[in-house]
Design a protein around this ligand. Structure first.
Ligand code: ZN
Ligand code: ZN
Length: 419
């Protein structure tokens, strides 16, 4: 049997589910590593760093990886860290985790709560970083047997959707044939994961609209062009246009989160600025949206006597999960956790994830890791967000076995044929 680790897996062990995992002693290795990994994650939780400023986190990650014998590059895409293990000429399989925290004041009351005022790991990236280091630890003793080169990407600035672009520009995805990723998911119970083939998250953009009118006296609006009235028409008119002019089978969400304009209660405003976000699942619809929004907004403003300036900035394209790699993760997770613990997510999310940028360089898949303990789990980005640490072992198992099985399949994206 052409197994990448055939010397370490006997034939009888191959017959049982997750045999490769057990035969390699990974269960024991995980058990041995867990107490330290939990402490590590708590340390990261105590010391969150803002997007693009993950200096201490990156230094800790790089030091730990070097200690484990990985080849490490620091400063890849700002504060990103890239580590490699395995034969130099072999196909490259990658795992991406993220490093950054959020400008949120923690209110969990946990003994290992953030010690940095106004900053918190409220999206669980401390868990993701620990997962990356955990995989590094489990694979390190197998270095001589690996049939692929494993690359770990510790990415900065996910929350600002900049880090993936930075790392991509710095060559972090060069030569990568398959990419795996993970994000914690508060609405799934710990011990379970969610997978989805195809679209997982939405394309996201930032929309800025400037409405330009002409100021005047509040008593005589007919002698001016009221930018506040026109801005109100833009806010409601855009929603109406979406429902009447775009295909409802391809949902588009536009939400304005900020509006500023006007100086006094009795003065007609000559200028209003609107800031919003745009979400969309279909890449083709998303490609048309900036032009369509601009045309619609300009027409609305001109129809009421004003002018408009529209700017659209793409934040992230949609995450599209490769079907074969998703099936590989699903198979590994079913064997490790039991079939009932692996859920196929019916719906994608309109949230955004800059993992999508990395997928422009290689096929990949991201799965959702259950975080909810017996009492549930508060939402991501909330100041009381607290995950069940049992998720660490679950994520580590699924990620490590997925990487090993990708190698065992010879790097071929055809797990179904192999199993
Ligand atoms: Zn987040
Ligand atoms: Zn996140």
């Amino acid at each position: 049997m052409p197994s990448f680790l055939s010397s370490r897996i006997d034939a009888s062990a191959q017959a049982s589910s997750a045999a490769d995992w057990l035969a390699l002693g990974l269960d024991q290795a995980l058990e041995d590593a867990l107490p330290e990994l939990i402490q590590l994650r708590r340390h990261l939780h105590r010391h969150p760093e803002l997007s693009g400023h993950e200096h201490q986190t990156a230094a800790l990650v790089a030091g730990e990886l070097r200690r484990l014998g990985w080849e490490v590059r620091e400063g890849v895409g700002c504060t990103g860290v890239v580590a490699e293990l395995g034969p130099a000429q072999a196909p490259v399989v990658a795992l991406r985790v993220d490093l950054d925290a959020l400008p949120v004041e923690e209110r969990t009351g946990l003994p290992y709560a953030s010690t940095v005022q106004g900053l918190m790991h409220a999206c669980g990236h401390d868990l993701h970083t620990t997962l990356g280091l955990g995989v590094a630890r489990l694979l390190a003793p197998l270095a001589g047997d690996l049939r692929a080169r494993v690359r770990l990407l510790f990415q900065p600035a996910e929350e600002t959707a900049q880090g993936a672009r930075w790392m991509l520009a710095d060559g972090a995805m060069e030569g990568v044939q398959a990419l795996f990723g993970v994000h914690g998911f508060p609405s799934l119970a710990v011990g379970t994961i969610g997978v989805r083939s195809g679209s997982l998250t939405a394309a996201a953009g930032e929309l800025e609209v400037e409405v330009i009118g002409e100021g005047g006296h509040g008593a005589r609006p007919h002698q001016s062009t009221d930018a506040i009235w026109i801005a109100a028409r833009v806010v409601s008119g855009l929603q109406e246009a979406i429902s009447r002019r775009l295909d409802a089978l391809h949902p588009v969400v536009v939400s304005f989160g900020r509006i500023e304009g006007g100086k006094a209660f009795n003065v007609i405003a000559d200028h209003v600025r609107l800031l919003g976000t745009v979400r969309c699942l279909d890449p083709e619809v998303h490609a048309l949206l900036p032009g369509w929004i601009e045309d619609t907004v300009v027409a609305l403003c001109r129809g009421h006597g004003g002018e408009a300036r529209v700017r659209y900035r793409e934040i992230a394209p949609p995450v599209h999960n490769d079907p074969a790699l998703t099936a590989l993760v699903e198979g590994a997770a079913r064997d490790l956790l039991g079939p009932g613990q692996v859920l196929r997510l019916e719906q994608p999310s309109l949230g955004a994830e800059d993992f999508a940028q990395l997928l422009s360089a290689a096929p990949g898949t991201m799965f959702r890791l259950g975080l909810a303990g017996p009492d549930g789990c508060t939402p991501l980005h909330s100041n009381t967000f607290a995950l069940d640490e049992g998720a660490l072992a679950v994520g580590l198992k699924v990620l490590t076995l997925s990487l090993l099985r990708w190698m065992e399949a010879g790097g071929l994206p055809a797990p179904e044929a192999r199993r």
